[in-house]
Design a protein around this ligand. Sequence first.
Ligand SMILES: NC(=O)C1=CN([C@@H]2O[C@H](COP(=O)(O)OP(=O)(O)OC[C@H]3O[C@@H](n4cnc5c(N)ncnc54)[C@H](O)[C@@H]3O)[C@@H](O)[C@H]2O)C=CC1
Ligand SMILES: NCC(=O)COP(=O)(O)O
Length: 329
Amino acid sequence: MPLAVALGDPSGIGPEIVAKAWDARNEIALPPFFAVGNQTSLERVWGGPIRLIGTPSEAIETFRDALPLIQVDDPGAIVPGEPNLPGARCALDSLEIAVGLTRSGASSALVTGPVSKSQLYAIGFSHPGQTEFIAERCGIAYENTAMMLAGPTLRTVPVTLHMPLIEAATKLTTDLIISRARTVWRGLQRDFGIEAPRLAVAGFNPHAGEGGALGMEEIEIIAPAIEALRAEGIDAVGPLPADSMFHERARADYDAAICMYHDQALIPLKAIHFDEGVNMTLGLPIVRTAPDHGTAFGIAGAGIARPDAMIAAIRMAAECAERRAAREA
Ligand SMILES: NC(=O)C1=CN([C@@H]2O[C@H](COP(=O)(O)OP(=O)(O)OC[C@H]3O[C@@H](n4cnc5c(N)ncnc54)[C@H](O)[C@@H]3O)[C@@H](O)[C@H]2O)C=CC1
Ligand SMILES: NCC(=O)COP(=O)(O)O
C-alpha cells in the first residue's frame, strides 16, 4: 500500500522536498507514496512528471513514472516564499484528506509536509499544531499521544509542547509526564521493535533543581512520575540535569529522552540531526511522521532545500507501519 504525503504550505519548501524525494526514489529505494496538495505548488519549483490520481490504489503503478498527486484546489496565488491565507487553507485541506485516507486504510501511513502555524491560526485553525489536530481526528486524547523527534543517535519527546515557555511550568504535571512516558514506551515497542525501552527523564530547572535550591519541580512533580513509571515496570531514570544528558556517551544509555518543554527536546535533536530529523506522533492508530524542520519560506523556490529529512520521514513511516502491521497481525 502507498504512503500519503501531504505537501504542507504550498508556498513553503514542502512541494520541493517531496518532489526531490520522488526524484531519488530509485537510487535510495523509497517505498511508493502519493502526494496530497496542489499541482501548481509543485510546478512552480519542479519540472518533473506529475500524474493526477483519483484513489490511492492508482499510486503504486504510477509511482515508477510520475509523482502521483491527489489534487487539492483553490490554493490562491502561489509564490514560493510568500504565504497567503488561501495557501494555508489548501495546506489544511491537504492534511485533512491525507489523514482521512490513512485512517480509512487506503494508505499505509501519513507523512506531513511543513505548515506555517501562524498562517493556520490566521484562518481559524484552533489546534496548536498538526500533532494535536491529527490526534483529534483519530479520536485520541492529546495527553495520550507524544511528539517524538528522532534522529540516528537521539530521540527526544517534549512533555509540554506548543505554548509560551512561561506557561510550561504551570502545565507540567506528574500525570502528564506519566501519560507521555507510557505512550513513548509503548510506541518504541510497537513501532521500533525495542522490547525494553530505556527512558531518561530530564529535570526542568538548572542542575535538575539542585536538591530544591534551584526549583521544586523535580521533587514535587518529576520524581513522583518516575517512581510511578518504575512501579509499572517502565525503565525510567532521572530527573537528569538537561545540560549533560545529550552528549554522545550519555545518549548511549537511553532510547528516548523525556523532556519537560519544547526547546529542551528540540534543540539537542536539531543541533545533532537537523538534516535527517523526523517528527513522529506516537500513540495514534495510524503511523504519522514529518520532517523536523518548518516551511523555510526564506529559501522556498531557490532550489536549495534539502530533502533529507522528508526522505527520512517517508522511510521511517514505511518501516514503522510495516513493523506495526507484522506485530499486530
Ligand atoms: N512540522 C511542521 O509543520 C513545522 C512547521 N514549522 C513552521 O515553519 C515556519 C518557519 O519556522 P522556522 O522556525 O523558521 O524553522 P524552519 O525549519 O522553517 O527554518 C529554520 C532554518 O533552517 C533552514 N531549513 C529548514 N529546512 C531546510 C531544508 N530542508 N533544507 C535547507 N534548509 C532548511 C531554513 O532556511 C532556516 O534557515 C513556522 O511558521 C513554523 O510554524 C516549524 C517546525 C515544524
Ligand atoms: N516544533 C515542532 C513542530 O512544530 C511540529 O508541529 P506539528 O507537526 O505538530 O505541526
